[in-house]
Design a protein around this ligand. Structure first.
Ligand SMILES: Cc1cc2nc3c(=O)[nH]c(=O)nc-3n(C[C@H](O)[C@H](O)[C@H](O)COP(=O)(O)OP(=O)(O)OC[C@H]3O[C@@H](n4cnc5c(N)ncnc54)[C@H](O)[C@@H]3O)c2cc1C
Length: 495
């Protein structure tokens, strides 16, 4: 075949989804994978969350039937103290709202990449894309600053109208096209250890859940599959983090409660791996003349918890649609392809990154800050004692006295975290929907005597004036880019 419309580099989730979309749009598409087959490295395990049911329902339906799939309905959180004692266990099972939000409520699945990646690649092949495995792409073909194709390690030049680079965190394509060199900060090294388990015991002990372990020096996730699980934890690629990835994993292996769980599911270590995972405040440049970056190559993983497979598929879809649009107009210049950024920013993927700097900031000052995390665990434990169940089941004294002792202790230690709250939590307030702010303010109005008699519109007008007057006096640390949205204070419209 001569020149291709689209060349996709990488047959991970992002590459396969891009190739499938491009082929369905009628573009002559080829996609390259360096492995002998997609998913060969089984690199990350993957939890696929509820929004998969919203965005890729047919795919999700079929994934649930693949061999390693485990249905996930909740996340079990384990808090461990500095002496490795399990101190608190809770779970996010969701409310009736979650159950109503999508047709499948809180259900997600976990599935090994050795199942997921070949499945997605097969969808692309069935849509008409050509898959070439065992082919490492080493360079781009550039003409007048525009990418016109790729070069294989055997020196073969493959020419095309557009390249979609889905070649993961280290993206050779992005580097060879001069888009970036390193991530400069923003990238984590994630170590993970995979265990095989007795599937029946997994059903009994783990059920439909992912697990997490949080302790003074780590936050580790445990992704559970039908017949195995893996634990992993990450660290920044920064000189001030000198702990080896294996040491990070060892910390979790040392927790007696973790060991007990391993015995219960008959876990046997199977494979150790370490991978890079971009964890950025915001994706860097995602397009250049003739080429678009998707998935990890673009730095798309979620800035709050680094989920990245949904992001890879969504960006793959948008990239292929943009490529089709650009090719049909006969303009694949860098300025034309800025359309890609416009499209992903206005999609649910872009929404995910609106709070990137706040989310990354929280991790920097908590789980990824070994000094702070020990203190924060203490605060969380004390906070957990104010939970209604803790009040019922604390028999140390008369129940109201127990409650007051815990409240007092919480108030003793909380001021240490005032800076953290001001710097990292308060800025999130700009994400509260104006209608919710409005509802809170309306609920407060009857309780504040000076406001009680005001009409709603005068009340909002007054609050707007107060907020404007106070704004210049807000201390740095409260995000100045985030004034209370104007519509909150707009007086309700008269009919
Ligand atoms: C340990 C770990 C656990 C994770 N857990 C989860 C999770 O539970 N849920 C979730 O949603 N996300 C998870 N992630 C993130 C997720 O794995 C990534 O965001 C996702 O894989 C990105 O998909 P991608 O297609 O962009 O890149 P990749 O999955 O990295 O795929 C890139 C593909 O390109 C191929 N390739 C690379 N370079 C070349 C080249 N030069 N020539 C030819 N082929 C090439 C690779 O072999 C690979 O198949 C995890 C990540 C890690 C590291």
């Amino acid at each position: 075949m001569g020149k291709w419309d689209v060349v996709v580099v990488g047959a991970g989730p992002g590459g396969s989804y891009a190739a499938m979309t491009a082929a369905k749009l009628g573009l002559r598409t080829v996609f390259f994978e360096r492995g002998r087959k997609p998913g060969e490295k089984n690199s990350s395990g993957c939890g696929l969350g509820q929004r998969w049911w919203r965005d890729f329902p047919e795919i999700m339906e079929q994934l649930t039937r693949l061999p390693s799939a485990r249905k996930i309905e909740m996340v079990v959180i384990n808090l461990v103290d500095g002496k490795n004692r399990l101190r608190y266990r809770c779970g996010t099972t969701g409310s009736d709202l979650c159950a109503r939000r999508w047709p499948h409520g809180m259900d997600g699945i976990s599935i090994y990449r050795k199942d997921l990646d070949p499945f997605l690649a097969e969808l692309a092949v069935r849509a008409g894309a050509e898959l070439r495995t065992s082919t490492l792409i080493t360079d781009v073909v550039m003409e007048d600053g525009v990418v016109r194709g790729v070069v294989t390690e055997r020196g073969e030049k493959i020419l095309c109208d557009m390249v979609i680079a889905a070649d993961g965190a280290m993206s050779t394509m992005a580097r060879r096209a001069g888009m970036r060199n390193r991530w400069k900060g923003g990238c984590t090294l994630v170590a993970q250890l995979d265990f095989s388990c007795n599937p029946d015991k997994m059903d009994d002990v783990i059920g439909a859940a992912e697990w997490c372990w949080f302790g003074p020096l780590y936050g580790a996730y445990q992704v559970n599959f039908r017949d195995g699980f893996h634990i992993g934890n990450g660290r920044w690629l920064r000189p001030d983090w000198d702990m080896k990835p294996t040491e990070m994993i060892s910390r979790v292996l040392d927790i007696p409660a973790f060991q007990a769980m391993c015995r219960a599911v008959e876990a046997k270590p199977r494979e150790y791996q370490a991978h890079l995972l971009p964890w950025l405040e915001r994706p860097r440049k995602t397009y250049t003349g003739g080429m678009l970056l998707v998935g990890d190559a673009a730095g798309f993983p979620c800035p709050l918890e680094a989920e990245g497979i949904w992001h890879a598929c969504v960006s793959g879809k948008i990239a292929a649609e943009t490529a089709s649009w650009a090719i049909s107009r006969g303009d694949v210049s860098e300025s034309a392809l800025s359309e890609y950024e416009r499209r992903w920013k206005s999609s649910s993927l872009g929404k995910e990154h609106e709070f990137g700097s706040e989310f990354v900031g929280i991790w920097n000052a908590s789980v990824f800050d070994p000094g702070n995390m020990e203190k924060q665990i203490q605060l969380l434990l004390e906070f957990s004692m104010l939970h209604p169940f803790s009040i019922v089941f604390d028999w140390g004294d008369a129940h109201m006295d127990c409650f007051n002792q815990h409240l007092g202790h919480f108030l003793d230690i909380a001021p240490q975290f005032a800076d953290f709250g001001r710097k990292y939590i308060a800025p999130l307030a700009r994400g509260i929907w104006p209608e919710n702010v409005k509802r809170i303010l309306l609920a407060l109005k009857p309780r504040i005597p000076v406001f009680r008699r005001l009409k709603d519109e005068d009340y909002f007008r007054l609050l707007a004036r107060i907020s404007k007057t106070l704004a210049p006096y807000l201390k740095p640390g409260i995000d100045q880019r985030a004034p209370v949205p104007r519509e909150v204070f707009e007086a309700p419209r008269r009919r």
